[in-house]
Design a protein around this ligand. Structure first.
Ligand SMILES: *Cc1c(COP(=O)(O)O)cnc(C)c1O
Length: 398
């Protein structure tokens, strides 16, 4: 069999995004044992940078082995016990996944549905909280990658805490691209994934548990059903170098090398600067798409900078367009998930990829391909609009 050498593709879908070359290089460094003191130092470095990025003081901050879904599973299975009641607010595909996992933990799940494309409504959560004697957790997705919607977190945190419920937030597509302040905003459990806005390949899920969550972990009646994702055991391995660390499972060495380098790059750029870069490129992409004549999917005012969902124009077929973008321009964009399949495209500008150059390249390529498949569409000048939006953004922050 021949060596597998994939094409360099510009990954502007819903993830993975392109990793920084420095991250990929870090992953080729020699392996170390999982209890080697040099490797333990690396774990400390990763934790320190994750704490800073999450804006938390909690030492139960680490990277779970596995993709974003493993963080979702770890969050829910460490907080919920059989018989607990959990409220999961669903405004897209990943909220639905949370309900599935929460019910697999044996919890009774109350699902609060918000129309896809809109943020979670705090009022609906408030009403539901008032109906029950004891709610163990309120869970939702910060940036819904299936719809391109960002739900504001703080108001719901206050509501959850006023009923003594633990607040669990999915930040898979927001951490590293969108502002998040776990401690200040009252988020008790928060997890992410390395392949969205963190500029790394998929394979690790950064996660943090605050004091309220820690209290639950320490006093729960039953063990979490997952040994692999048991935070009490993982926390013991990741605990500070002064205590004795114990084997739990073999740490994915190279992935952690990559994450350390990815985080180092984030702090070189500066997390605030990085957020602004995501804002600038998202605003020019949205302006460009609208100027082309396309309609954005997510409600205005609640759009997620790292992922823009846009309606597929009438009479245009989804897959031929996406295939042509790959074949002729080496650009991947995402299709719709679940009920949105064939109805929207999802364009990710995550991590390394959130650049104005990528926006211009995508807009020009999309214009060419749409002209090919839909000669009846009278497309406007997307690139010029994106340029104007960039200038306007720069003026707004000057
Ligand atoms: C991608 C994603 C996940 C799942 O992450 P995987 O890495 O695919 O396991 C969960 N939640 C959100 C919001 C996501 O975007």
């Amino acid at each position: 069999m021949r060596e597998f050498i994939p094409q360099e593709r510009l990954l502007l879908g819903a993830g993975p995004s392109n990793a920084n070359p420095r991250v990929l290089r870090a992953m080729t460094q020699p392996l170390l044992g999982y209890l080697d003191s040099d490797f333990l130092q690396l774990l400390d470095d990763v934790r320190a940078m994750l704490k800073s990025l999450f804006h938390t003081h909690s030492d139960l901050t680490l990277a779970v082995s596995g993709t974003g879904t493993s963080g979702m599973e770890a969050s829910l299975c460490n907080i919920l016990e059989p018989g607990d009641l959990a409220i999961v607010a669903v405004n897209g595909f990943f909220g639905l996944r949370m309900t599935d996992i929460a019910s697999r933990c044996g919890a009774t799940v109350v699902q609060i549905n918000t129309e896809w494309g809109r943020p979670v409504d705090p009022e609906a959560i408030k009403q539901e909280l008032a109906k029950h004697r004891r709610v163990k957790a309120v869970a939702l997705v910060h940036g819904e990658t299936s719809t391109g919607v960002l739900t504001p977190l703080e108001e719901i945190a206050d509501l959850a805490h006023s009923y003594d419920a633990t607040y669990i937030v999915d930040a898979v597509t927001s951490l590293g691209g969108v502002d998040i302040a776990v401690d200040d905003w009252g988020v008790d459990v928060c997890y992410s994934g390395t392949q969205k806005c963190l500029g790394c390949p998929p394979g690790l899920s950064p996660i943090t548990f605050g004091d309220r969550a820690l209290q639950i972990i320490n006093t729960r009646q039953t063990k979490p059903h997952s040994f692999y994702l048991d935070m009490a055991l993982l926390g013991a391995y990741w605990a500070s170098t002064t205590t004795r660390r114990a084997y739990h499972h073999t740490a994915p060495t190279s992935m952690l090398y990559g994450l350390r380098e990815g985080l180092r790059i984030i702090f070189e750029e500066g997390p605030e600067q990085r957020v602004r870069r995501h804002q600038a490129s998202a605003q020019s992409l949205r302006s460009g798409l609208e100027a082309l004549g396309l309609k954005l999917f997510a409600e205005n005012g609640y759009r997620l900078d790292s992922l823009t969902a846009v309606y597929i124009p009438d009479s245009i077929e989804d897959e031929p367009v996406r295939r042509a973008l790959v074949k002729d321009y080496n650009i991947e964009i995402g299709g719709g998930l679940g009920e949105l399949r064939g109805k929207i495209w999802r364009i990710g500008l995550m991590g390394e990829n959130a650049t104005h150059g990528n926006v211009l390249f995508l807009l020009s390529a999309l214009e060419q391909v749409l002209n090919r498949f839909g000669s009846h569409l009278s497309l406007g000048n997307g690139v010029a609009a994106a340029e104007r939006a960039l200038v306007a953004y720069q003026a707004s922050i000057a």
